[in-house]
Design a protein around this ligand. Structure first.
Ligand SMILES: [Zn+2]
Length: 1047
């Protein structure tokens, strides 16, 4: 071991560093930050201030203004008495204008409160051989207060499948079942008369067989009501759908939208190519959902109601179940028993984003304090107090909605019940009336029964030759000087509690003492990396404000010190160990930010060798490429999790760095990986800096443990995401930030009941950035069904795809990719075959019939199948695949949706007068017009595709030149031209960027240019050059698979 203490500092301190002039100084909160970015976070800082001081930006007023209690102190002051002090009388529905947290007009608290709708309708089971109306569109509308659905909606003579009995639903109205979908395959006429009426479709004779399967090839038979949009549109809502604001009409490339009966695909035997316009269109489904569900708030009080799609902009009102921003489910109507679940093969899963940021117009979760004894919980299953607990015996005890155990109500929590059996303070307490809230915890919830120290951030900067040369050392140091003023905090007016520390490294490590009392920083070198330790305790982790001068001096000097380095080798394992040891020594949790450039080949623990071998791709050994090459990092990850040490890794590779191995610690600790291959400061700096700023500033909880409790009958059996598990129930996350999701799969272990539905409660215990130990609770109830048709009526395909992608991307660690693809296809075929067999018309076996809410399953599944991880092209590196694999594992549904099916906007249709975007077009080359300019975005990249004959005016407006040939394909930002089109387009790009968790670099692609190959990779409805099928071909393939299963 060799520790050198060098009271060094070659550079005079305080002097400006001329070398930095080239880097634009970021302006925080100023013009340089993409618009929307700070705003996006501001609300999240809300809860802290909301809890502790005054009114949040939500609807809830300050405690003194008559709002319900938000803090323990207030709660306590009014136990047993002052409901009046707490604002509006808690009984009965309250007008929405009241300044208090949103009050559900109907109690959503206990399961028993749900059945406001009709009792479960039992309908004679379907008669074989009788024409079957296809179960209608996805979900009942939350906006509709029409008559409850009953079997009367479908006259028995048409053999109606059980209408949604939805126990407890506020009466899913027929009309809201949505229009009969063309994707149902058979002509609309086969729909039951009521549906037809609802959709302005002339009823035809019940029992008429479905249309011929080749209908779409030979031209559809006359379909009353099938012209244009209406059949797929909100005709069901009694409105005729007009053009969306901002669209000038359907895209010319898609003239016949909705015209043919959608899903009937041709039999594989059909020699003629299937018309792409006749198969279900993602754009159509997205637009329909926007039209049907985007205009009114989504209230969460009704059990089992599928939310609007992730592509629809909507507001959420928490009325007893978690917002879809926190939890989305694959199925909102779960099968009652495992036989049904197995038969259908529909995955039962929830994608949970516990700390999701909310838009400014939604109220952040309230903080609830149950005082010294901590949150009130069920004695048996330990579920936390929530709307699913039912108070009995005059309020003295409560029965757990999850396990049915009865627990005494502590005296200080006692409250009387009203005549409906509900506590009279129900609406004053978030934990009795809302889907999501936070609990303050007690010392019992802390590690070692000790309140946590505030967390620390440690920056570990690679200063080897590559890192210096590509400019990252200078960029990082320059940026940190300002970024450190923006560390996460709960109260924007108070300085962050987070302490910071700095390490640089190549094949040795340099620790810095930046104690405030020092005149200048001190460096300590540890060159024995075999047994990493931290050579200084005092002065390593410091407060930014106290040590500002010393820190700035250090950051100025680091690039100078290593400017002439010849050291090319790096270590990596010891770097993480150093950060971990520093956190251990300080007895706190925290986050490491590692900026790394090369394969760590220097002699040290965790040393790696270059094992890139593309010959293994497609073989049975391919899986080894996704596995870490040494077990060292798994062990290290486990130690990190135990300490609450989250690792974020920024990679700047020029060649293979083994992301599969380097990513083990980040992906096991709730961290993130960012990769900037062939980083070049001029073109990539903006992207890196935006990512870094967001990553440092974002809300994060530390030392988190997540547990999902469920009602008897199902349980959480599998988990996907960036975390570590040491047992079968606790998801441990050293860090959990606002972008991370955990996908949870459920399986039956008993029967569920239609009456009580299936309940889940996700509880995340974490240390906030101010060092408080808290619990975030999300409650979710879905319906249960005993008829398969009900299951197929209420699924969310985007969530199913999120689950399948994560499942498949994990499976490549243990199985050949071909097997993974085959089993995905097989499972989807089974899902659709089960529907075909049990829910759809038994006749016309040659026809492909898709359930309405799954009509996009084939197209999206195909996107997953031909993604770079599962079916790479020759140009995709192993590191890229490992990177994407890890990235997808933590994506939420919105991110996975756009990642697999990119958003493609025709800019020639942009109306600068309107705030609305033009309607997107399908991801296929044949949808691109040579005269147009298109924006394509998938959450990681933005492309601007310019057609060779793009209108001169358009080019002039965007690029400032009318000539196609003069457009510079190397530009990464558009010129700021003084015309409305340029302004609007740049706004759109900024707002798209602000929606995503990673900054997207703009690439300009000129038609017929060589870069176009990259762009075409994202046209996912087309055949891919790696052998991936086109959408049309894949649909035919799926059809064949389904037919095989049915025969
Ligand atoms: Zn319980």
């Amino acid at each position: 071991m060799n520790v050198n203490q060098q009271p060094h500092m070659a550079t005079p301190y305080g002097q400006p560093q001329p070398g930095y002039q080239g880097y634009p100084q970021p302006g925080y909160g100023g013009d340089h930050v993409p618009s929307g970015y700070p705003a996006q976070y501001a609300p999240y800082n809300g809860p802290g201030s909301a809890y502790q001081q005054g009114p949040p930006q939500g609807t809830r007023g300050p405690p003194t203004s008559g709002a319900p209690p938000v803090s323990g102190a207030q709660n306590y002051s009014q136990f047993g008495q002052g409901e009046n002090q707490n604002g509006p009388p808690p009984m009965g529905p309250l007008p929405s204008t009241q300044s208090s947290f949103p009050r559900p007009p109907h109690p959503t608290s206990q399961p028993s409160a749900f059945p406001a709708g009709p009792p479960p309708t039992s309908i004679p089971s379907q008669l074989p051989g009788v024409m079957q109306p296809q179960p209608p569109v996805s979900q009942p509308s939350p906006y509709h207060s029409g008559p409850p659905t009953t079997s009367t909606g479908f006259p028995p003579q048409v053999g109606a499948p059980p209408r949604p009995s939805f126990p407890g639903m506020q009466g899913p109205p027929m009309a809201s079942q949505g229009p009969p979908m063309a994707s149902q395959g058979p002509p609309m006429a086969s729909q039951g008369p009521p549906m037809a009426q609802a959709n302005h479709i002339l009823p035809t004779q019940p029992g008429m067989p479905p249309g011929p399967i080749n209908a779409s090839l030979s031209g559809p038979p006359p379909q009353p009501g099938m012209q244009g949009y209406p059949p797929q549109q909100n005709g069901a809502f009694g409105q005729v759908r007009g053009p969306q604001p901002g669209y000038t009409g359907p895209y010319p490339g898609q003239p016949n939208y909705g015209a043919p009966p959608a899903a009937p695909a041709s039999a594989p035997a059909a020699p003629k190519r299937l018309d792409p316009d006749s198969i279900p269109s993602p754009i159509q489904v997205i637009e329909d959902d926007k039209a049907n569900k985007g205009s009114e708030p989504f209230t969460t009080g009704v059990r089992g109601q599928a939310p609007p799609l992730v592509t629809t902009k909507f507001q959420v009102k928490d009325q007893g179940n978690a917002s879809p921003r926190y939890i989305r489910c694959t199925a909102y109507n779960m099968p009652c028993n495992s036989d049904m679940a197995k038969q259908s093969q529909v995955p039962l899963a929830a994608v949970i984003k516990p700390l999701a940021p909310l838009p400014p117009d939604e109220t952040p979760p309230y903080l609830v304090d149950h005082g010294e004894s901590g949150p009130i919980r069920c004695n048996r299953c330990k579920a936390y107090m929530c709307p699913y607990m039912q108070f009995i015996e005059g309020g003295r005890r409560f029965q757990c909605g999850f396990c049915n155990c009865v627990t005494e109500v502590p005296p200080n929590y006692f409250q009387h019940l009203d005549h409906t059996g509900k506590r009279v303070d129900c609406y004053d307490r978030p934990e009795l009336s809302m889907g999501s809230y936070d609990f303050m915890t007690t010392v019992d919830y802390c590690k070692n029964n000790k309140f946590p120290q505030p967390p620390a951030f440690i920056f570990l900067i690679d200063v080897s030759y590559n890192a210096v040369k590509n400019g990252t050392v200078g960029i990082v140091c320059q940026e940190l000087k300002t970024l450190l003023d923006y560390l996460p905090r709960e109260n924007p007016d108070v300085e962050s509690n987070i302490r910071v520390g700095f390490v640089t490294y190549n094949k040795v490590l340099h620790f810095y003492n930046v104690k405030a009392s020092l005149a200048q920083p001190q460096m300590m070198v540890v060159s024995d990396v075999a047994d990493m330790f931290v050579p200084l305790l005092d002065g390593f982790l410091v407060s930014v404000s106290e040590s500002r001068v010393v820190i700035e001096s250090l950051l100025d000097q680091i690039p100078e010190m290593f400017a002439d380095t010849r050291e090319t080798e790096t270590v990596f394992g010891p770097v993480i160990q150093a950060g971990l040891e520093a956190l251990k020594a300080a007895d706190c949790a925290g986050k490491l930010f590692v900026f790394h450039s090369s394969l760590p080949i220097a002699e040290a623990p965790g040393k790696l060798k270059n094992r890139e071998d593309k010959k293994l791709v497609g073989t049975d050994k391919e899986k080894t490429l996704f596995q870490p090459q040494v077990s060292f990092y798994n062990t290290l990850a486990k130690e990190c999790v135990a300490q609450g040490c989250c690792v974020d890794l920024f990679l700047f590779p020029n060649q293979y760095v083994d992301v599969a191995t380097l990513g083990v610690v980040p992906t096991s600790t709730g961290g993130s990986i960012y990769k900037y291959t062939y980083f070049q400061a001029p073109s990539d700096q903006e992207r890196f800096l935006n990512d870094l700023r967001r990553d440092v500033q974002k809300q994060v909880g530390f030392d988190a443990v997540m547990r999902v409790r469920t009602s008897t009958g199902i349980r959480a059996t599998d988990f996907f995401g960036a975390f570590y598990m040491s047992n079968t129930t606790d998801v441990e996350l050293a860090g959990l930030d606002c972008d991370k999701t955990v996908t949870v799969e459920f399986r039956h272990d008993d029967k569920l009941s239609e009456e009580t539905g299936a309940l889940m409660q996700c509880a995340v215990l974490y240390t906030s950035c101010s060092g408080q130990r808290r619990l975030r609770i999300h409650n979710m109830a879905v319906n249960c069904c005993s008829q398969l048709a009900d299951l197929y009526r209420n699924c969310e395909t985007d969530t199913i795809i999120n689950f399948f992608a994560k499942y498949a991307y994990r499976s490549v660690l243990s199985s050949p990719t071909k097997n993974v693809r085959d089993s995905l296809v097989n499972q989807c075929a089974q899902i659709l075959a089960c529907y075909r067999k049990n829910c759809a018309s038994p006749s016309s076996a040659g026809q492909l019939i898709l359930p309405e809410c799954m009509k996009l399953l084939p197209v999206y599944l195909n996107c997953v199948l031909k993604s770079d991880v599962l079916q790479p092209g020759a140009d995709v590196s192993l590191d890229d695949r490992a990177y994407l694999r890890q990235l997808v594992s933590t994506m939420d549904v919105a991110e996975s949706h756009v990642f697999f099916y990119p958003h493609l906007l025709p800019l020639q249709k942009l109306d600068v007068e309107s705030m609305a975007l033009p309607m997107a077009v399908r991801d296929s080359e044949e949808r691109l017009s040579r005269g147009g300019v298109y924006l394509l975005e998938n959450g990681l990249n933005i492309f601007l595709w310019v057609g060779v004959s793009a209108q001169q005016e358009l080019l002039q407006n965007i690029f400032g030149t009318p000539a196609f040939s003069q457009i510079d394909p190397n530009m990464t930002s558009l010129p700021a031209l003084d015309n409305p089109f340029s302004k609007r387009l740049r706004e759109i790009i900024e707002s798209v960027r602000a929606q995503r968790s990673r900054y997207m670099k703009l690439m300009v692609v000129k038609q017929e240019d060589k870069l176009e190959l990259i762009f075409k990779h994202f046209l996912v409805e087309d055949k891919s050059n790696s052998g991936g099928a086109s959408y049309v071909d894949f649909l035919c393939h799926m059809h064949k698979e389904i037919r095989q299963l049915l025969s």
